[in-house]
Design a protein around this ligand. Structure first.
Ligand SMILES: Nc1ncnc2c1ncn2[C@@H]1O[C@H](COP(=O)(O)OP(=O)(O)OP(=O)(O)O)[C@@H](O)[C@H]1O
Length: 258
């Protein structure tokens, strides 16, 4: 796949500073249509800030970002219609039924009328939610909640879906089913951007970007990234970066230059 011509996410020198603190330090990134892409890094490395800029929720200090060919600053509304977001806590309304949650989210994402009903019916079928439509979301098991949250984030057929630690706290069988659904969505052309601290989730991504203190310091398939850091596993890379960040922070606190 040609990542340049089919890029759904494209950032150029994307930067966000909060006063003296540089959260994202000039990020150049391209993510192709249909990729399952992991954005990784220790706490405070700039993952959330990057995603917020891609959603149009945080204005970049400088640089550019495009989602589905739309500039996130000048076409924020257009971008929001092209993306879906599944948060770690799912964001479901416990008192509403499965069907009501789906209707609510699809209207938030701009689906209305006959188009909405048709798309929801297709979506419910492909995600296997048909038997649960009248059940209150609050009474679903973790695995079903996760499936519903994914359905809510994707009913409008977004080009790009953000998943924040998507399978934290669900059992292995539900995890496997979830990832099968993710790959299915990707095959259908949805780009998936995952942020996670969990190794098994990172290893399921086709490509990874590692951030450290706002800088992109590793990029490639999980195997390539492991090799790049001369490590044995993705977990080793994580631990190495975390320790390096902590050492840098300690030196900065004592006024020593790293
Ligand atoms: N609104 C803000 N004002 C000031 N500083 C901020 C703001 N948002 C983020 N930061 C800082 O920017 C840096 C990057 O934060 P960010 O939340 O993007 O990191 P992260 O990689 O998502 O971390 P985590 O894994 O903990 O979610 C951190 O030092 C954070 O404290």
């Amino acid at each position: 796949m040609n990542a340049v011509s089919s890029a759904v996410v494209r950032t150029r020198a994307l930067r966000k500073a909060y006063g003296d603190l540089v959260a994202v330090a000039g990020l150049d990134l391209e993510i192709a249509r249909g990729e399952v892409f992991g954005l990784l890094g220790p706490n405070g490395s700039g993952k959330t800030t990057t995603i917020r800029m891609l959603c149009g929720l945080v204005v970049p200090t400088s640089g550019t970002a495009e989602v589905a060919g739309l500039d996130v600053e000048t076409n924020t509304e257009g971008v929001r219609r092209r993306i879906g977001y599944m948060s770690q806590r799912y964001g479901l309304y416990d008192e509403l039924t499965v069907a009501e949650n789906l209707r609510f989210y699809s209207s938030v994402y701009g689906l209305v009328g006959h188009d909405r009903e048709q798309r929801l019916a297709d979506h419910v079928e492909s995600l296997g939610l048909g038997s649960r439509l009248q059940q209150r979301a609050g009474t679903l098991s973790g695995g079903w909640k996760q499936r519903l949250a994914l359905a809510c984030a994707t009913a409008h057929h977004p080009d790009l879906v953000f998943l924040d630690e998507p399978t934290a706290g669900v059992d292995p069988a539900a995890r496997r089913t979830f990832w099968e659904t993710i790959y299915q969505l990707a095959r259908e052309g949805t780009t998936i951007l995952v942020t996670t601290h969990y190794m098994d989730e990172a290893e399921r991504c086709q490509r990874l970007a590692f951030l450290s203190r706002g800088h992109l310091i590793g990029l490639g398939t999980p195997a390539e990234v492991v090799k790049q850091f001369n490590a044995e596993t993705i977990e080793d890379v994580f631990v190495m970066l975390q320790q390096r960040d902590e050492a840098d922070a300690a030196m900065a606190a004592t006024g020593t230059k790293s």
